[in-house]
Design a protein around this ligand. Structure first.
Ligand SMILES: Cc1cc2nc3c(=O)[nH]c(=O)nc-3n(C[C@H](O)[C@H](O)[C@H](O)COP(=O)(O)OP(=O)(O)OC[C@H]3O[C@@H](n4cnc5c(N)ncnc54)[C@H](O)[C@@H]3O)c2cc1C
Length: 386
């Protein structure tokens, strides 16, 4: 009997869990190590866009995610006072692609993925600290001094990945120039209909309001900050209310309805794209490989695409190094393209001057839906391995 190939996954985020599911379903033995004591339980939500749902569907992992979230039915772009600018035909795009986009609370997404793993796959509270390449595989080291051998190490350890650091050396993060507040809270409002998403655009500020189902809303706000990288991350609800004073009633009401303790504040960052995602028997995916700004709602989606495509190549190409090279060649143009597009979009969305904001509104108002649809289809279409 041939021995099962073994993979160690560093990081039980969205990318790491998806990779573990995909590889287990492809017949690999998989162990996932998460540095935190538990899977993330804190607030916030995200949109799992149609390309990610298609990728999850291709490994049979989509149903629990769809059940735990809320299918997006409308996607509006609005002025800060709530007046409409345009909308993305998200539902029609979903129907065309055969997969919806879904809003979901992050902890529920992680749970929906983790519940699909074989028992005893996940070890929490154990940080991976590095690796040593061996001709026949890789030895992975942990902070408790233990080591484990595997055929493959997947670095899915996020923005500050130690696996990336060892593989690529210093590749500094790049501050976006804005800070972000995020929260999930029980909230109802006549504007917040089932499957509602709206992005409200102001000068140097944005606000997103999303129905994540079960009477909960996910909201986020971004605000230009001269020293965004150094801005203090202490939370004050008053600071958020001050930032959005005079905005659409539902924006102010959503903040007011949120307990201060449920609000997170963070610096948004990405990194300049690199073309190397693998080294010997070690491979990067998700934010460890290509962190991006949140403007297109694609960071987790690209992590999911990475995970599924990686498992596909490892299944169809018996030689591991060849499979990783194929993964890298196929994924870096796509994921890095999205990094650049998110950076570009972020510049437009965080525009601050009166003229730039006027031009932005004018452009989006006049862009025909057909062209809007085509642009979005390019990103929302999941292409499996070649
Ligand atoms: C404000 C904001 C809004 C966003 N909205 C969206 C959205 O709507 N849609 C979308 O697709 N994306 C969105 N994103 C991006 C998305 O959150 C990330 O791209 C996604 O979480 C990346 O997944 P990941 O698995 O690669 O990394 P992570 O989610 O960061 O997971 C990494 C995991 O590894 C663990 N870890 C770290 N170091 C180690 C170690 N040394 N050993 C073991 N474990 C370790 C961490 O604890 C964590 O659990 C958003 C991001 C931000 C900042």
């Amino acid at each position: 009997m041939t021995e099962l190939r073994k993979a160690i996954v560093a990081g039980a985020g969205i990318g790491g869990l998806t990779a573990a599911i995909a590889l287990q379903r492809a017949g690999w033995q998989v162990e996932v190590f998460e540095a935190a004591q538990t899977l993330r339980t804190g607030g916030t939500g995200l949109s799992v866009m149609a390309n990610a749902m298609a990728a999850l569907h291709s490994i049979g992992a989509h149903v629990p995610v769809e059940q735990a979230g809320q299918v997006i039915k409308q996607f509006y772009f609005k002025k800060q006072n709530g007046d409409p600018i345009t909308h993305m035909p998200i539902h029609e795009i979903g129907e065309q692609l055969g997969h919806p986009s879904v809003n979901i609370q992050r902890p529920l997404l992680l749970r929906a993925l983790a519940q699909q793993l074989a028992p005893d796959t996940l070890t929490t509270g154990l940080r991976c600290v590095g690796y040593a390449s061996r001709p026949e595989g890789v030895q992975v080291s942990f902070e408790d001094g233990s080591t484990r051998q595997a055929d493959l190490l997947i670095g899915a350890d996020g923005l500050n990945s130690v696996i990336r650091q060892q593989m690529l050396g210093d590749t500094p993060t790049r501050p976006s120039g804005y800070i972000a507040w995020l929260a999930v809270a029980p909230f109802s409002h006549p504007v917040l209909t089932e499957g509602y998403v709206a992005h409200y655009w102001g000068r140097g500020k944005r606000f997103g309001l999303c129905d994540v189902g079960d009477g909960q809303a996910y909201w986020w706000g971004t605000c230009n900050h001269a020293d965004a990288a150094d801005a203090a991350l202490s939370i004050s609800k008053q600071e958020v209310l001050d930032a959005y004073r005079g905005w659409a009633p539902e924006v102010v009401a959503a903040i007011e309805a949120t307990p201060e303790g449920a609000i997170l504040k963070m610096h948004a960052r990405d990194r300049d794209p690199v073309e190397q995602f693998c080294d010997g028997h070690v491979v990067l995916l998700g934010d460890a490989a290509h962190p991006m700004l949140p403007s297109l709602g694609q960071g987790a989606a690209q992590a999911i695409e990475d995970a599924v495509v990686l498992a596909q190549y490892l299944t169809q190409t018996p030689d591991l190094n060849a499979a990783l090279a194929q993964y890298q060649a196929f994924r870096h143009p796509r994921a890095n393209g999205v990094v650049k597009a998110a950076r570009f979009m972020s510049g437009i969305e965080q525009a601050e001057s009166k003229v730039a904001c006027w031009l932005r509104e004018w452009y989006f108002r006049l862009t025909p839906q057909s062209s809007f649809r085509k642009k979005n289809l390019d990103i929302l279409l999941f292409k499996p391995s070649a």
